[in-house]
Design a binder for this molecule. Structure first.
Ligand SMILES: [Zn+2]
Length: 429
C-alpha cells in the first residue's frame, strides 16, 4: 500500500538536519520512498493531510523495564540500593506472567501516546513482553535481564533462558523486534558469570546491554571487591568487545570516557531516574565532546515515574547547562538527536530508523502545533525541545502502520487495560 502524508512541517533529523515546509512523506508498506515537496495525485492508495502540523521521527527510549509501571509510586524518595533491595525486588519476586503482560501493555500504551516508537526492555518473562510488543505495534529491543543470584543450576537456567529468548525473537514481528543479552550489572553478576553471558552474546551475535556506574557506592564497592572501577572491570571481562549499550554511566572519569569512546560503547543517559534516585549527574557534555553516542532512557517507571521522553529530552538539554553554568552545552539540536537518531544507534537499528529518510522505515509522529504554546514558530527544533510536551503528540506511525490516531491507541483497548491494572493494584494495596 502507498500512503502519502502531506502538508507537514517535516523535521527529518537526517545528517543535515533538513527541515521541510509544506512537505510530504510517501511510504510504501513499511518503507519511506519519498520525502519532499512534490505533489502526488492519483498514484497513492491513502492520503493523510496533517494540516501544517509537525512530522518528526518517533522518539527512542534506550533503557527501561516496562512492567515496572506496576510499581509506580511504591517506595519513592529512597536511595537506589534500599529502593531495589527492600521495595522493588520483594514485590518483583511475586510477579507472574500475567502481571508482566499487563504491565508491558500499560507501559507501551504510555510510550506510544507520548511519541515513543522504539524502546529497550530489560526484564523477566520476556516472551509475554514480546507478545505485547507484537500486538501493540511498537518497535523494541528486548532482553532477558540476568541477575546472578541463586545456585549454579539457577544461573545456568537463567543464561539458557536469555539465550533462547534472544534467538527466538530476534527479527520477529515484521522485523520490529531485535534482541540483546543483559547481565544486569557488575554488582549483581560475578566476573565469571559476566564472561559466560558475553560469550553467549557473541555466539548468537546480539549486542550486550548492562547497567554501569550508576551510583558512587557502586563504583566504590567495585573497587573494593575487584580492585578496579566498573569501566575497567567490564573492559577486562570483554563486555566492550562486542556491540555494547551501557545504561547510566553517571560516575565515570575522563580516563574511563576515553575507554568507552575507544571501544565504541553506546551510552543511555537517564537523567530523570538518576535525579530522582539521587544517583548523580552523568558527564554527558564531555562524552558528546569526545564523540560518544549518547541516547536517552527513562529507566523503569518506578524510578522516574513516567515513560515520557519529551521530559528526558528537556532535562538533558537544561540540566547540564545548569550544572556547568554554561548555556551553550547540549543545544536543542543535540538533545533532539539524543532522543531520535542516537537512540537508533544505541539500539543498533540506525540503518532502519532514527531519522526520516528514503529507504528507512516509516516510524514517525505528528505533533499538534495549532496551540498557543507553539506560536510563534521561528525554530521548530527549539520548539520541540524547549516548548513542546508529550501531550502534543497526535498521531504515531510505526513500520508504516498507524498505531495512534488523534491521541487514541488503535492497537489495544486502553480503557480495559487501565481497568485491569486498577483491579490488580487494589489487590496488592
Ligand atoms: Zn534500569
Amino acid at each position: 500500500m502507498r500512503t502519502l502524508v502531506k502538508n507537514g512541517l517535516i523535521v527529518t533529523m537526517d545528517a543535515k538536519q533538513t527541515i521541510l515546509k509544506n512537505g510530504c512523506i510517501l511510504f510504501e508498506d513499511d518503507t519511506i520512498t519519498y520525502i519532499g515537496q512534490q505533489t502526488f495525485n492519483n498514484e497513492v492508495d491513502r492520503v493523510i493531510d496533517v494540516k501544517g502540523n509537525i512530522i518528526m521521527p518517533g522518539l527512542i527510549n534506550t533503557h527501561g523495564h516496562s512492567p515496572m509501571v506496576l510499581l509506580r509510586g511504591i517506595g519513592d524518595d529512597l536511595p537506589l540500593q534500599t529502593w531495589l533491595e527492600q521495595k522493588m525486588w520483594p514485590i518483583e519476586r511475586k510477579f507472574k506472567e500475567e502481571h508482566i503482560y499487563l504491565g508491558a501493555q500499560l507501559a507501551i500504551i504510555e510510550m506510544l501516546r507520548s511519541g515513543t516508537t522504539a524502546y529497550l526492555d530489560m526484564y523477566i518473562f520476556m516472551d509475554v513482553v514480546a507478545e505485547a510488543v507484537k500486538k501493540l505495534g511498537i518497535r523494541a529491543s528486548l532482553t532477558r535481564g540476568i541477575i546472578g543470584y541463586g545456585s549454579n543450576d539457577e544461573k545456568e537456567q537463567k543464561l539458557k533462558e536469555a539465550m533462547s529468548f534472544a534467538k527466538r525473537w530476534n527479527h520477529q514481528a515484521d522485523g520490529r523486534i531485535t534482541t540483546m543479552m543483559s547481565p544486569h550489572s557488575a554488582y549483581t553478576c560475578s566476573p565469571d558469570y559476566i564472561k559466560e553471558i558475553v560469550s553467549a552474546a557473541k555466539e548468537i551475535e546480539v549486542p550486550i546491554h548492562i547497567h554501569m556506574s550508576e551510583t558512587a557506592t557502586e563504583v566504590e564497592e567495585n573497587r573494593q571487591n575487584y580492585g578496579v572501577r566498573p569501566v575497567e572491570h567490564l573492559y577486562k571481562l570483554g563486555v566492550f568487545d562486542s556491540q555494547a549499550l551501557v545504561a547510566h554511566a553517571v560516575h565515570v572519569n575522563t580516563e574511563e570516557i576515553g575507554i568507552l569512546k575507544d571501544k565504541g560503547v553506546k551510552i543511555s543517559h537517564n537523567p530523570g531516574s538518576n535525579l530522582k534516585l539521587g544517583s548523580g549527574i552523568a558527564p554527558i557534555p564531555e562524552m558528546l565532546e569526545k564523540g560518544i553516542t549518547v541516547s536517552l532512557g527513562t529507566d523503569g517507571a518506578a524510578s522516574n515515574n513516567n515513560l515520557d521522553l519529551y521530559e528526558e529530552m528537556r532535562l538533558a538539554a537544561t540540566l547540564h547547562k545548569g550544572v556547568q553554568q554554561d548555556p551553550t552545552v547540549i543545544p536543542a539540536e543535540a538533545a533532539l538527536q539524543m532522543a531520535t537518531i542516537n537512540g537508533a544507534k544505541g539500539l543498533f537499528i540506525d540503518q532502519h530508523v532514527g531519522s526520516l529518510e528514503v529507504g528507512k522505515k516509516a516510524d514517525f509522529i505528528v505533533m499538534d502545533r495549532q496551540q498557543a504554546h507553539f506560536h510563534p514558530l521561528y525554530n521548530p527544533i527549539s520548539q520541540l525541545v524547549y516548548t513542546a510536551s508529550s501531550a502534543d503528540v497526535l498521531d504515531v506511525f510505526i513500520n508504516g502502520q498507524q498505531v495512534v490516531k488523534n491521541k487514541e491507541i488503535l492497537t489495544a483497548d486502553e480503557e480495559k487495560i487501565i481497568y485491569e491494572v486498577k483491579r490488580l493494584a487494589e489487590q496488592w494495596r
